[in-house]
Write a protein that binds this ligand. Structure first.
Ligand code: TRP
Length: 327
């Protein structure tokens, strides 16, 4: 089975990204041949700083390896290192419909928030379709917010297969059942977000232990004193239960039973220690790898090589079926 996912490099990665993303990637690499792509070409579709793109691309590579992706097993690479991606996107833009792209929720939401709306923001899902289809992907681990883009990739694959002959596998999405909705520590009615959460509302994967303790200690809780999972009534405590469950691997009912009536204070302290225990070794590995840029770039070069070899035959087929004269 072929697995493919893409992750944007820009923006500091937080516990919500770990829970709904990195954690799943490391687990899925056991199930088949996995490709994880740092989608730097997607990151230029909204305003960005070139320097920050550069640093965050290397940061994300180090985070992916630190959270458990094994370079001997999974292919981790940078999208712009494999030119088949933008080539496939251009070819596929001829089978993507303008109307359907205009109905993408993410495009509508993001374009409302920008004063300059780039053409790239509009065609973003076509590049994403190319990412996935080039690898004859079976399974795409994604967040809830990317389901519509995956649907579009499936439509594009089917239209291309219909017009030019069977070329692409039609991929399936996999959305995490648990841990996909970690909420902001200060505003537990909202998702923990790279762009919308304040510093105190999100635990970064690379936060040192004392910062993690401070953030969890000041996390908003709810009225009452019982530790109970009830997202509507007790969004703050429910979120902390969810976080602790992700950090320790214990089920929420077990945690409820243990902390039942012990009060919020001791519970929050234990949540903090559980998160520290999870993230501290990750941060240590991250810092080691991030400090050794030649090593990190070497791993990415290996990934790009493998990705190129895998994507090339599909791209060649696309050109041929579409009638291009090949050099
Ligand atoms: N659009 C995805 C996101 O923002 C990132 C992405 C790009 C992706 N290409 C992909 C995800 C291919 C899965 C497969 O999260």
């Amino acid at each position: 089975m072929r697995i493919f996912s893409g992750i944007q490099p820009t923006g500091e990665k937080h516990f919500g990204n770990y829970s709904g993303g990195f954690r799943q990637y490391a687990a899925t690499q056991e199930e088949g041949e996995a490709f994880f792509c740092i989608v730097d070409l997607h990151s230029i579709t909204t305003a960005y700083e070139p320097k920050e793109l550069h640093e965050s691309t290397l940061d994300l590579a180090a985070i992916l390896f630190a959270t458990g992706l094994d370079p001997d097993r999974s292919t981790v690479f940078v999208q712009s290192h494999v030119t088949a991606h933008p080539e496939a996107a251009w070819l596929l833009s001829s089978v993507a419909s303008y109307g359907q792209l205009g109905r993408m929720i993410q495009f509508k939401e993001k374009s409302e928030r920008q004063e300059f709306v780039s053409a790239g923001l509009f065609t973003y899902p076509v590049l994403m379709a190319g990412d996935i289809l080039l690898y004859q992907t079976d399974l795409v681990p994604i967040g809830d917010d990317q389901k519509q883009h995956l649907e579009l990739a499936r439509d594009i694959a089917e239209r291309f297969n219909h017009r030019y002959g069977e070329t692409f596998k039609v991929p399936e999405a996999r959305v995490p059942e648990t841990g996909g909705r970690i909420m902001d520590l200060q505003e537990p009615e909202r998702k923990m977000s790279t762009t919308d959460s304040q510093a105190a509302g999100k635990v970064l994967i690379t936060d040192p232990p004392d910062t993690i303790r401070k953030k969890l200690k000041s996390a908003v809780t709810d009225s009452g004193t019982d530790v109970r999972y009830a997202p509507e009534e007790k969004p703050g405590i429910s979120n902390l239960l969810e976080i602790m469950s992700v950090a320790t691997g214990e089920a929420i009912p077990e945690l409820e039973a243990r902390y039942d009536s012990g009060g919020y204070g001791p519970f929050k302290e234990d949540v903090a220690e559980a998160v520290v225990a999870l993230l501290d070794p990750i941060r240590t590995r991250y810092e080691e790898l991030r400090a050794d840029e030649p090593e990190l770039r070497g791993l990415l070069a290996r990934g790009a090589e493998k990705a190129r070899e895998t994507a090339e035959p599909t791209l060649e087929q696309m050109y041929e079926r579409m009638g291009f004269v090949r050099p």
